[in-house]
Design a protein around this ligand. Structure first.
Ligand SMILES: [Zn+2]
Length: 405
């Protein structure tokens, strides 16, 4: 195993799932198990100003570097609560033959549904045992940043910018930079290392809003309900049928946005529906929000006497416009990945990262690949060789910053 893969596997076995129902920071105390281990490793490696906040953000500075723009590197320690994350047991598929990998009766990793898997034919693919996710999202990013720190410290002669790092908790529950101290971090620009296939550097994320509905009906015994029952279950059903199926995630790809009804619960008396809206453009997002409001008005007139409340809330925004103002961040990363022998393109994440919010907090942040794919599922995988390409890409990116400063 190369050292970045070994390091990744060491982090992958520590359970760090975040908890969407918790209001504490971090949302689960198990995230400290990894954060404290990383804190110790950073001190041992010789980083400066190592600081683990009470809310679970770990900051550090790599000594050295030339003056000028300070570059930050960020990864998140939590794993997605959408898939089991307790007891991860990484499996190595050495000399992989390019055929589907069967982890157990239910879990099959099919290269046909992965953008970039066949690149690693003959290499070593790392998966879980099929009972949990793997956690390459984002422990692959954590391992890549730790290896980068080690390399920077062992090679003080390399001309490169000042580098600071941060590991965040709770990215997967949308709270990764909730308690992030931009001043303590001290970066002018940053990269999250939280992407997928090595061929993509991302300079855009979705704009994201949530649309939470609460519907109040009127309960009456069904035998005597004529003319008086107002059934919240029916209103919830009508709400979803008024949405456009062609705008839903299963029918959207590329630069399309979507409207995604992801939760319904209800009785005659009351119902709750949760919808999320995603769009790359501001105008597109405005349309989606207006559509929700139009549906609310329509339901109110279809079901007089009901109470229909719609709460629209912004979750994060697309930093694309901010990143366009100074192209260095993205261009150097594209060049850096290219120097590690990869045909790379600039892409848009169909989701969000800590970087979407960080960009709006004054630190323009683009996203670099980790090499992993099929995140948030038991089929998640990363190849040893992918980790090492992603690591080289990041090292080269810092070297390019050093050449240009
Ligand atoms: Zn992630």
């Amino acid at each position: 195993m190369n050292s970045v893969a070994e390091r990744f596997m060491r982090y992958a076995v520590v359970s760090t799932a975040s908890d969407p129902d918790s209001s504490t920071s971090p949302s689960s105390s198990r995230q400290f198990d990894l954060l404290k281990g990383l804190e110790k490793e950073l001190i041992e490696l010789g980083l400066e100003d190592v600081f683990l906040s009470r809310t679970g953000v770990l900051y550090a500075t790599v000594p050295g570097g030339i003056s000028g723009d300070v570059i930050g590197l960020i990864a998140h320690v939590d794993t997605s609560p959408e898939s089991p994350g307790e007891g991860v047991a990484p499996q190595l598929h050495r000399n992989w033959d390019g055929l589907p990998i069967l982890l157990n009766k239910e879990v099959l990793i099919d290269p046909a549904e992965c953008a970039d898997m066949l690149r690693y034919k003959g290499g070593t693919v790392i998966t879980s045992d099929g009972s949990t996710l793997l956690g390459a999202d984002d422990k692959a990013g954590v391992a890549i940043i730790m290896e980068t720190c080690k390399w920077l410290i062992e090679n003080p002669a390399i001309r490169r910018p000042k580098v600071v790092i941060a590991f965040t908790p709770d990215e997967e529950v949308g709270r990764g930079v909730e308690n992030f101290d931009v001043d303590r971090f001290g970066a002018d620009f940053a990269y999250t290392v939280d992407g997928g296939e090595v061929t993509e550097v991302s300079s855009e994320t979705f704009n994201a809003w949530s649309a939470d509905w609460s519907i109040t009906g009127r309960e009456v015994h069904p035998g005597s309900a004529a003319g008086s029952m107002i059934n919240a279950v029916r209103i919830a059903g009508e709400l979803i049928s008024l949405m456009r199926s062609e705008e839903m995630p299963e029918n959207s790809s590329g630069r399309d946005g979507y409207d995604y009804p992801l939760f319904v619960k209800g009785t005659t008396g009351s119902a709750e529906v949760k919808i999320i809206l995603r769009d790359f453009t501001t105008e597109g997002m405005m349309k989606r929000r207006r559509r929700m409001e139009a549906i609310r008005d329509c339901l109110a007139s279809l079901f007089p006497g009901s109470q229909i409340e719609l709460i629209l809330k912004e979750q994060y925004s697309n930093p694309g416009e901010i990143l366009k103002k100074d192209r260095r961040l993205v261009d150097y990363a594209l060049e850096g990945m290219k120097r590690s022998g990869i045909e790379v393109r600039e892409g848009s994440i169909r989701g969000g990262t800590d970087g979407s919010r960080l960009s709006f907090m004054g630190v323009p942040t683009a996203n670099l690949p980790t090499g992993g794919e099929l995140f948030h599922s038991r089929r998640e995988w990363v190849a040893e060789e992918g980790l090492s390409i992603a690591l080289d890409g990041l090292k080269n990116t810092l070297i390019i910053w050093g050449e240009k400063l």
